[in-house]
Ligand binder design. Sequence first.
Ligand code: ZN
Ligand code: ZN
Length: 425
Amino acid sequence: MPAQFKNLALDIRDYLLTCLPDFETLRSAVLASRGLHEAYVLRSKSIMHCVVSSEIGPAWPFALVLARMRDEPWEGCTDGLIVNDWIEDSQITGREAFELIRVSKIAKQFEDMFSNREKDRTSKTSVLSDAESYRFQRALYKLWWIREIYAADGEDNLDRPEYMQHCKVELLGADTLTELLELDRVWHFLADIVKWLRLSHGPTEDDDFQQVLMVKPESFLEAYETFDFGIILDDSQDAPNPVLREFLEDRGVEPGCWIDSPDDAVLVDEILGEDDTCDKCNAEEGLNLWGEPNWSWLRGHLPPDRLPAFLPGYLGQNFTTKAELVNLTKDKGFRYEEMIKEMFEGQIDTEEYKTDGWYCWTCLTQFFKKELYSWFVNWKRKEGHVFQPEDCWYGWNCRTQRHKLSHASRLNHFCAPTRGDQHDD
Ligand SMILES: [Zn+2]
Ligand SMILES: [Zn+2]
């Protein structure tokens, strides 16, 4: 069969190649057939553009700029209109294609997160429309360009002011206010993820999140997947401070002003389920409702440090119990979504809260109050923990367990009080 390709007109072979869905298929096709290889050699530039566009989507030129910035000395590419000169008329090499696909996969994961948080909470993968997706990715890549420009630090960068001027005007120089608002909006989204990460470790300060722009996309993703805020700190420490804020303000974009923008279609044209209500109390909470597809986000909203407060009585203040619960839930490999699933499955009364239900913050925290204790006891049993045979009379309401280690460890406090409440000692 493949030998017959040679008999087809060049235009047909060219057309066939441009229809391939991804770079890997193109590579195999070209390697497998001499006829297709010949067509590829003659028309590789346009064929490559088509296939890359099918695989990555319409924002691919912005991804290619990033891939090239990461691969080549950036200085060589600062003249002229970057995207046009550098992309439209250029040959994508195989090596660039691999890097392109790599960065686009990362961008896609960010789009999934964005879509779940800001467009449709019921879907873990992106449901952004083609136009929304293009706008999101264009802004995301542009923000990542900033890192490449600033990270190319050192002696070469002594002429930084001129360099910055260039980057502001030519590179980020979005044509319209809406595009600038989109940059601001995606930047806020990234900053939100960083705040979320920081919160999942404990209380947060209100940082200046300019530095977020200095985190490598893959480090960012790794930090998100492992809940390791240290990765963000390591990447952004001692990094130069990008001037994006000043640039945006010069052009009339104040921090977060897209929120009040008269054009409320900044990035997202329509939020799905905006008027949805809590399945328990009917509060209209839309995107703020909690259900299975967004349980994983809960870690940065109800961080491990706060979980012991959901145990009954003073159990969460029992030093050993508190440390055990916090250490368990803080672990890299621990998944909130699995814990919540087990909490739902372990319910005795399954009428009040349903696994596939959507709940407001208040109802969700009530659920934690109701179920966290049983879940934790089950977890301890599964781990082979042996409870002290003798129960404290005051059970979980015992106040002494908070400060007397010998008492706390000698008696079991994972039980209901049998002698009423304890007087203060
Ligand atoms: Zn509710
Ligand atoms: Zn006690």
